[in-house]
Write a protein that binds this ligand. Structure first.
Ligand code: ATP
Ligand code: MG
Length: 489
């Protein structure tokens, strides 16, 4: 059975799909469709391309608009590393702009501790997280496949009483294996696929049609624009701080309204765009969706007042539900880290007559999850270190229970290689591009397993290995010792 992915547009099935994420500078107000077309045109002009994930070079002519081009989520293992000719490839471009706002939080928790933090997605805080996570188990593609199916079920209006799905994910495993980061990155990835930036374009096209040319973030938010979710439910009327609007850095202009428009690039001077008359555009037909991530701080929902915890949980979730009802066009990701603290097994806690406060909290969480399920525009992502401590009723509600374990040798190398590459990018190390990967690949064929990274390295500590190596090696010839170690492969 094939479930259409939200990002899969119509394409020639005989061609090889290359999904590319195009991160557009925050203060550029060119419609994303237009950027996508320009990027597609540029990529189409390349004679050949290698089938690997990672950054693509941004041509200097686009540097004022495009911050980053990245190939992501390739799914054909058989093609990995191969060079493909232009006509074999179909580019699937998703342009988006990052929200630079830091997390907002409330003071609803116990003793003024914030009960949650909230980010508008895609957010700079999670930029690059998805690509930086390396697993050999296929957990990333499994999660993405599940989430895409769940979202397309919701979009298609599938009756959840006939096809049971709760849009609840549980990642469990030892500490430091990237569970929280994976949840945040998954939310960001889905937000990009859903096209979180589309709403701004729609708004901009309306503004454009009445003569305004406003840099992203400087527009006043119309009521119900989806700019804020949980917070707006709590603080009705309170305004969200907009990022300072910068000068436009350049623009890719559409000559005719999208999606059938052909685009050409114009080199705008900063601020010069306002002088150019804008062609009125009709609102985009694609569903306008804004995504938000709310990270629940489970520990702050525990009260020293008997029976209060259940109420705090219920209050928080009812705020979230209120936000979902207010903005049915927005999508909400709810991340509950260390969910065992809110969903500890009731069998262990409630053996007495009066249920303990923890049991009330579990009951409240379960009831609230059932209530959230009725909303098609929400996904709950949870993590836990201690799966055995979680209440079985909660486990039953999770559609996906994925074990996230310590990375095996291949992923360990990838983590180390990306850390070294980052040091190269930052100029701390001098690297020949591709050297590590080429050497590793050759050696990988010759060696069955790795010992280099297994001795004495704690799981999840590989990023820190580089820092430690640098620290150890500096007195005796600098960080190049680390490169020598990596060259061993
Ligand atoms: N497989 C991996 N690939 C790349 N980075 C990883 C991996 N596993 C962990 N990390 C990095 O380790 C750090 C810790 O990750 P994170 O906090 O998400 O782990 P966690 O599983 O949620 O831990 P805990 O159970 O203690 O909450 C992050 O910087 C993350 O990027
Ligand atoms: Mg965590």
């Amino acid at each position: 059975m094939t479930v259409p992915s939200p990002s899969s547009g119509a394409h020639d099935s005989s061609k090889i799909v290359m999904p590319v994420q195009c991160c557009v500078h925050t203060n550029v107000c060119t419609p994303m469709e237009c950027v996508e077309q320009n990027v597609k045109q540029y990529l189409g002009s390349l004679s050949k391309v290698q089938y690997v994930e990672g950054l693509l070079e941004v041509p200097s002519s686009m540097a004022g608009v495009v911050e980053e081009l990245r190939v992501v989520n390739l799914c054909r293992d058989d093609l990995w590393d191969q060079w493909l000719l232009a006509w074999d490839v179909t580019w699937q471009i998703r342009a988006f702009q990052l929200d630079d706002d830091p997390a907002m939080s409330d003071d609803e928790g116990e003793e003024g501790c914030p009960a949650y933090s909230e980010w508008t997605l895609p957010n700079r805080a999670f930029h690059g997280s998805w690509s930086s996570l390396h697993y050999d188990t296929g957990v990333k593609s499994r999660l993405l496949r599940y989430a895409r199916s769940a979202l397309s079920f919701s979009r298609a209006g599938v009756d959840s009483s006939l096809v049971c799905w709760n849009r609840v994910v549980l990642l469990h495993g030892p500490p430091g294996t990237g569970k929280t980061t994976l949840c945040q990155a998954l939310a960001q990835e889905l937000a990009i696929e859903m096209g979180g930036a589309r709403e701004d374009e729609t708004r901009e096209s309306v503004e454009g049609s009445v003569g305004g040319s406003v840099a992203k973030g400087s527009a006043e938010e119309p009521p119900g624009s989806g700019r804020s979710t949980a917070r707006s439910a709590i603080e009705a009327g309170s305004e969200r701080s907009d990022p300072a609007s910068g000068a436009r850095r350049g623009a890719l202009a559409c000559e005719t309204p999208p999606p059938s428009s052909r685009c050409r690039r114009v080199d705008d001077e900063a601020g010069g765009s306002s002088a150019r008359p804008r062609t009125p555009r009709s609102p985009l037909p694609a569903p306008a969706r804004r995504a938000t991530l709310v990270e629940v701080h489970a520990h702050s929902l525990f009260s020293r007042w008997f029976s209060e915890s259940g109420k705090l949980v219920a209050r928080l979730f009812s705020h979230l539900r209120g936000a979902l009802e207010d903005e049915p066009d927005a999508f909400l990701f709810v991340l509950v880290d260390e969910v065992e603290s809110l969903s500890a097994s009731r069998r262990a806690g409630g053996s007495g007559g009066e249920p303990a406060d923890a049991v009330r909290a579990v009951n409240a969480l379960l009831t609230q999850l059932d209530a959230l399920r009725r909303h098609p525009n929400v996904m709950v992502l949870t993590t836990s270190n201690i799966t055995a401590a979680i209440d079985v009723a909660f486990l039953d509600r999770a559609d996906v229970r994925a074990y996230v374990g310590p990375p095996a040798a291949q992923a360990r190398f990838a983590i180390l290689a990306s850390s070294v590459a980052e040091l190269g990018r930052a100029g701390v190390l001098e690297l020949k591009p591709g050297t590590l990967q080429a050497r590793w690949r050759r050696a990988w064929g010759e060696r069955e397993d790795s010992r280099m990274l297994e001795d004495g390295d704690e799981e999840g500590d590989l990023n820190r290995l580089v820092v430690r190596a640098d620290y150890w090696c500096l007195p005796t010839g600098g960080a190049c010792r680390l490169v020598v170690r990596a060259d061993y492969w």
